[in-house]
Design a protein around this ligand. Sequence first.
Ligand code: UDP
Ligand code: MG
Length: 310
Amino acid sequence: MDKISIVVSCLNEEDSIPLFYKEIKKVSNSMKNVTFEIIFVDDGSTDNTLSIIKSLRDEDKSVRYISFSRNFGKEAAMYAGLKASTGDYVTVMDADLQDPPKLIPKMYEYLTKEDYDIVGTRRVTRKGEPVIRSMFARLFYKIINSMSDIEMVSGARDFRLMKRYVVDSILSMKEYNRYSKGLFSFVGFKTKWLEYDNIKRVAGKTKWSFIKLFKYAIEGILSFTIKPLELPLFIGFIMELITIIMFIINIINKFNISLFYNISLLILFISGLLFICLGIISLYIAKDYLEDKNRPIYIIKEMDGKYEKK
Ligand code: UDP
Ligand code: MG
């Protein structure tokens, strides 16, 4: 019998958890050939989240939980939950029912009946969200996709059902600064996308302030592209190019040009050189940075007729 693990990261979700649990139970009871485990990860909540989870576990042993010593952030919570999961299929979900549990049977069907490794979900609308926030979100996806080699899908949720070997390959990336949207894209595999309209959270408040989202966006860019580090080199070359053009103009005019012109030329020449040197250092730092992450060089899906099990 197949087992599905559901990882739920929770920060102060005392109002949402009972509702979430009820909905999940409806779904799991309707799927007769599958067993479930629900792993709640209490990410340093300061309300009754943990005691509510514990009382659920008292009655239902398919409920498991992890409790952090303090708030480590959703990324860390997801990592811990994925690591603890034992299912053949694993999904991450928010506690606030913004990820509709009723999609799970359909997701499972795609993975078992068709040749997909991941079934992801994406919001195709952002209605109910502040306009400014969705504007910045769109801008962010434009920027990061133009800079990064792997594609970040706009509106993609962390809610995705994955086969075991996909989870294992995500866990094989042990970097400290985790930007899951990037990591999920990085591992590849055949993905089916299900689309749905934005759903408002069922209870409680969002844990993401604008500042927190902005930092998260910067994190994404820093983790998944080194393009900004190539900037000084580019600026340096442009400066030197201008210097050369100015010098040619100088020659044409038989060096009869104002002192100001020549001093500008000299300044431009020297700053250009500095930028180039800075750019070279940046490139080495970039190499080191990527090396430091210890990301796998490739991920094998299948070998000699067997799926990889790490
Ligand atoms: N969350 C968490 N740790 C944090 C922030 C959020 O575990 O530091 C959880 C939160 O409890 C929820 C999920 O991550 O289950 C998504 O957060 P939220 O719904 O506040 O984000 P939004 O849907 O508004 O983007
Ligand atoms: Mg939410």
